[in-house]
Design a protein around this ligand. Structure first.
Ligand SMILES: Cc1ncc(COP(=O)(O)O)c(C=O)c1O
Length: 410
């Protein structure tokens, strides 16, 4: 009789993990308070939850200024617009990340250029940056993937030498630190997301941080029809509402204690995972002084699992009731959007010849490809690590069970 749940056996776990988004009566009270106040729209009629939150979150991330908007993709579009990025400009970014990053670049008719990642923790590999720089390169987007700060020293040195703007995509990295400095304003601007799968959330939402007053004023103007900006600018309405900011203020109060709790539980999870031959977890760069643990980027070695593919292993663990595991990022250029260049907008009067310069079907990033195809898998930790340690034991039991019975899925 089969033991593995994927073959009809009894799963290790049937219960769901810690619920996310998490809320208490405080979030409910905050929403009711705003509803009763009649001040629902931000930057209007003396409404102040957005302004209060912007100040508090910027201070927390050690930035001078913050501008809240409706999500963590628009934040990147605004930052790129503030940098003056436009049609044909090239923007460097890691190849293994969320599609929002190149989409923000494409919205400005600029060109995403994908850079391979470091095999250790999966962030952009600074050693691969310089070769990709051309006279058209204007900016680099550094993603602090899964909350792990990227090597900001190396990226900044290259960016300054080549006069590139630096945008930190810290969508996963609320509270993370690089050499004692919170991420987000180490580069020129930093973008955070408050989408519902992030460590603090208002369903949707985002904030842009900077230490540069000029960039701040421009970003604020762009986000709200140019109001308050001294010159006419191409702006839009990207505002967040007071309801969202009120919820964020409550979520924010829990952020540090939840980061600490995840970190404590991560010590136990990583120790137990380490005991399983063929599962490896990333070694942390010692310059990362705080990792706000968000997602685990783990490695699978099929040799220790009788040659079974990573994809099959992940399916088998999922079937055991561990739905927090997934197959990892696939290199962005494999997306049909890039393979077929379906992003080209038909209404661009100038045409878009600059996209002819890059053939995404010929781009190859070997580290990212190997990780996606053979070795990397992810585990969502933002909710999971807030539960009891018995939840961690269930994950270890599920992986160990799959390993012990691996011949069933060979
Ligand atoms: C790395 C990264 N950047 C940006 C975003 C976009 O954020 P939002 O969903 O708030 O637009 C996400 C995910 O949501 C992300 O994972």
């Amino acid at each position: 009789m089969s033991k593995l749940a994927i073959n009809g056996g009894k799963p290790v776990r049937k219960k769901p993990f810690f619920p996310w988004p998490y809320h208490s009566q405080e979030e409910v009270n905050a929403v009711v308070r705003v509803a009763k106040s009649g001040k629902w729209q931000s930057r209007w009629h003396g409404a102040d939850d957005v302004t209060e939150f912007e100040r508090a979150f910027a201070r927390y991330q050690q930035a001078e200024y913050g501008v809240c908007v409706n999500n963590g993709t628009v934040t990147m579009m605004i930052a790129l617009q503030c940098f003056g990025i436009g049609p044909g400009d090239e923007v460097l970014m890691p190849v293994s990340t969320f599609i929002a990053v190149p989409l923000a670049v494409l919205q400005l008719n600029a060109v995403p250029v994908f850079i391979d990642i470091e095999p250790g923790h999966g962030n952009i590999d600074p050693a691969k940056l310089e070769d990709a720089i051309t006279p058209r390169t204007k900016a680099v987007i550094v993603v602090h993937n899964y909350g792990i700060p990227a090597d900001m020293d190396a990226v900044l040195a290259i960016a300054r030498k080549n006069k590139l703007h630096v945008l930190e995509d810290a969508a996963h990295a609320h509270g993370s630190e690089w050499r004692g400095k919170r991420v987000g304003a180490i580069g020129d601007m930093g973008s955070f997301s408050f989408q519902s799968g992030k460590v603090m959330t208002s369903g949707d939402g985002g904030i842009l941080l900077t230490n540069n007053e000029k960039l701040y004023k421009l970003a604020k103007g762009i986000s709200s029809f140019g109001y308050g900006y001294p010159e006419p600018i191409l702006a839009c309405n990207y505002r967040i509402s007071e309801f969202q900011a009120a919820v964020l203020r409550v979520q924010f109060k829990r952020l540090d204690s939840q980061i600490d709790r995840r970190w404590k539980n991560y010590q136990y999870l990583s120790k137990r995972l380490d005991e399983i031959d063929g599962i490896n977890i990333p070694a942390m760069d010692e310059r990362v002084t705080r990792w706000s643990v968000y997602v685990l980027f783990a490695r699978y070695n099929r040799d220790a699992f009788e040659g079974v593919s990573k994809q099959r292993f992940v399916e088998a663990v999922k079937a055991e009731g561990i739905e927090i595991i997934s197959d990892g990022y696939t290199p962005l250029y494999r997306n049909p959007l890039f393979q077929n260049k379906t992003f080209m907008s038909k209404n661009c009067s100038a045409g878009q010849p600059w996209y002819d310069r890059i053939d995404y079907t010929k781009v190859h990033c070997p580290v990212a490809e190997h990780m996606a195809d053979e070795s990397a898998f992810d585990m969502d930790l933002y909710n999971f690590l807030l539960g009891p340690t018995s939840d961690i034991d269930d994950v270890i039991d599920a992986i160990s069970k799959v390993k012990e019975n691996i011949s069933e899925i060979k």
